[in-house]
Design a protein around this ligand. Structure first.
Ligand code: CO8
Length: 281
């Protein structure tokens, strides 16, 4: 782990950052407000994710930066809530301009999570409402505990999704279901979220959920770092293109993979029937 990132993390008051092997676990820690995303939480998430983007290698420059972690797990403190949304108490005193700035800061957090060259897993351990559901959807995929509940209840507050839900929910579950959920504000269980494809897997409780997320980071950490980064960046880039345009992006990514040391190591290891020891370059 980069000392810089962990050193900076000791100053945070609303998020906890812990290392477990190759995984960095980021825990939103405001249990008395069900981990709602107060402006301080957003500022700390922005600082952390910005530092990680800086510290890690990028797909364009795999030799720069260090593999300070091989995966990020985002969760909330306690069994009751992942994140119960934006902070409604704080929002009640905001001007429209302040509300937009708040939304734009959180947009930057979600874009940073998508820009990271490592997988980001949401481990949803209870309520993931409004901004909580939106934070989870900015992660690569979502695991949940049985007591998780998802929803975009903004219309019940006279608001609309503001942290990316209008865009990402449609991508995740399709246009019809997303529109129904956003227009009704209806809350759904982990089982329903699993059925509609919002959640990949459901686990008995928070401990089992975190174990599974860490196991998945271990599995991904055994793969070629540059290839995982390339695959993520490619899937982000093609998400909104036609098939033909997307195939062009994929072809360029496939070509780029052949410029990495990892791809040579991986192919040589396969052909010599040995396990690969990747360099991350
Ligand atoms: N913000 C601030 N405080 C909250 C929030 C929240 N989102 N959610 C819960 N809390 C607080 C409660 O006020 C309460 O505090 P206190 O004990 O001081 O009264 C404490 O957490 C415990 O909550 P409850 O007593 O309500 O617990 P219950 O078990 O009865 O209910 C619920 C749990 C169902 C999760 C309920 O708390 C709830 O409905 N919370 C609000 C959920 C919600 O509507 N979230 C969406 C918010 S809007 C949003 O996220 C928009 C994002 C885009 C913003 C764009 C920028 C402007």
């Amino acid at each position: 782990m980069s000392d810089d990132v962990l050193d900076a993390a000791t100053d945070y008051e609303t998020i906890l950052v812990t290392r477990y092997g190759p995984a960095l676990v980021v825990t939103v820690n405001r249990p008395r407000a069900l981990n709602a995303l107060a402006q301080q939480v957003v500022a700390e998430l922005l600082d952390l994710t910005g530092r990680l983007v800086e510290a890690l290698p990028s797909v364009d420059a795999p030799a720069a930066g260090e593999w300070v972690c091989r995966g990020v797990i985002v969760t909330g403190t306690g069994e009751k809530a992942f994140v119960a949304g934006a902070d409604i108490r704080e929002m009640s005193g905001m001007t429209p301009e302040q509300a937009e700035a708040y939304a734009r800061d959180m947009h930057r957090v979600t874009l940073n999570l998508e820009a990271l060259p490592v997988p980001v897993i949401a481990a949803v351990n209870g309520f993931a409402l409004g901004g909580g559901c939106e934070l989870a959807m900015a992660c690569d995929f979502i695991y949940a505990s049985e007591n998780a509940a998802f929803g975009q209840p903004e219309v019940s507050l006279g608001l609309v999704p503001g942290f990316g839900g209008s865009v990402r929910l449609q991508q995740r579950v399709g246009v019809g279901i997303a529109r129904e959920l956003i227009m009704t504000g209806r809350r759904i269980t982990a089982a329903e979220a699993h059925r509609i494809g919002l959640v990949n897997q459901v686990f008995a409780d928070h401990a089992a959920l975190l174990d599974a997320a860490r196991d998945t980071v271990d599995t991904i950490a055994a793969q070629a770092p540059t290839a995982v980064a390339n695959a993520k960046a490619t899937m982000n880039a093609v998400a909104h293109r036609s098939v033909a345009d997307g195939l062009d992006v994929e072809a360029a990514a496939f070509r780029a993979a052949f410029t990495t040391e990892d791809s040579r190591i991986g192919r040589d290891a396969f052909l010599s029937k040995e396990s690969a020891s990747f360099s991350g370059r």
